[in-house]
Ligand binder design. Sequence first.
Ligand code: AMP
Length: 402
Amino acid sequence: MKILVINAGSSSCKYQLLEMDTQSLLGSGLVERIGARMGCLTHRTYKGGKEEKVVREHPFPTHVESMEEVIALLTDPEAGVIKNKNEIAAIGHRVVHGGEAITAPVLVTQPVKDIIRECFLFSPLHNPANLTGIEVAEKLFPGVPNVAVFDTEFGMGIPEEAYMYALPYHLYEELKIRRYGFHGTSHKYVAGRTAEYLGKALKDLCSVTMHLGNGSSMTCVKNGRCFDTSMGLTPLEGLVMGTRCGSIDPAIVPFVMEKKGLSASEVDALMNKQSGLLGLCGHTDMRDVHAQIEAGDKRAALAFKMLVRSVKKILGSYLALLGGKTDAVVFTAGIGENDSITRAAVCEGMEAFGIKLDKAENNTRKPGARTISTPDSNIPVLIIPTNEELQIAMAAKALIGK
Ligand code: AMP
């Protein structure tokens, strides 16, 4: 069974074609700068263990032309990986916000699209693009089921005392202001893989997952379910991120609006796109931050310390929530999987909490899931590579199987 996974952004579209019988990747790629004067499609195929890469640079006026070209590449008689698009059994879509109504992956129907549209309010950058991806797929793959998998799904399981904000209750009733949590597809996948790695049933797993990438979030997993999560109504809350400020005193918002004469959307953009590592030191990529620290840049050093501190504070609070029964603390995503410096800084001084990092193992680069703590660490520290696309494809497969 072959499943296509689409992650549509406002001017970009990522995709993967997976063979589900072997859980292997047949093709993947990214179309960038859709709608701009010049766009770029980078396409990869994986045939017989050999990776082939194609780069096409020309304008892609809309997502429709982009996806048409992707289909042409996937079905190319010589370089393609499938004979024709009818081989695709289902299409899985990443959708950022499903609001309170959606708590599981769903087959796309008109009411589902209406809910995705209603959630434009909470996710104005992502949900419209995600809906475009679905509509393009409906047009180009008539009759093929579309499955929507929501970033908010895993976080919907958290208890009321974790999802409510201490604001007047009517704001929750009227506007559905609550914690939803994001990166749920990644957190769910990593929880599943962690249980597998530890040889435990998922329902018995108690762990903390640190998804540290350009966007970063953490979840506290109790008995296999999300028990708390760091992102909130939107993906802005929680950790210091590449361009997002994470948690700040909410009173800063009206203060800055008043003093700088900014509108609500301007201050929102300031917190989402001009803050975090970028706002502090001018760099968003952790590799650049490390290079700047090496070069003696004090702001870069400050930004790094602030990011690490934000992770440690949430890690400590989740260990407290788990009440001493933690099966693993897990690093994942771009920084979590690749950056030994960040991992070491987060684990530093955590011995009293049962976390002892094996420095040599941490500094070794190896693919796949592995343990980076010492054998006498009470809580194993793991690296579990995330794979949101595979999680989406598995959800699509399970749904169409029904
Ligand atoms: P993601 O959002 O999960 O794709 O993560 C992207 C981020 O991971 C980049 O912006 C970098 O900050 C970080 N990253 C990726 N590779 C490395 C690496 N080798 N060392 C440090 N940071 C890395």
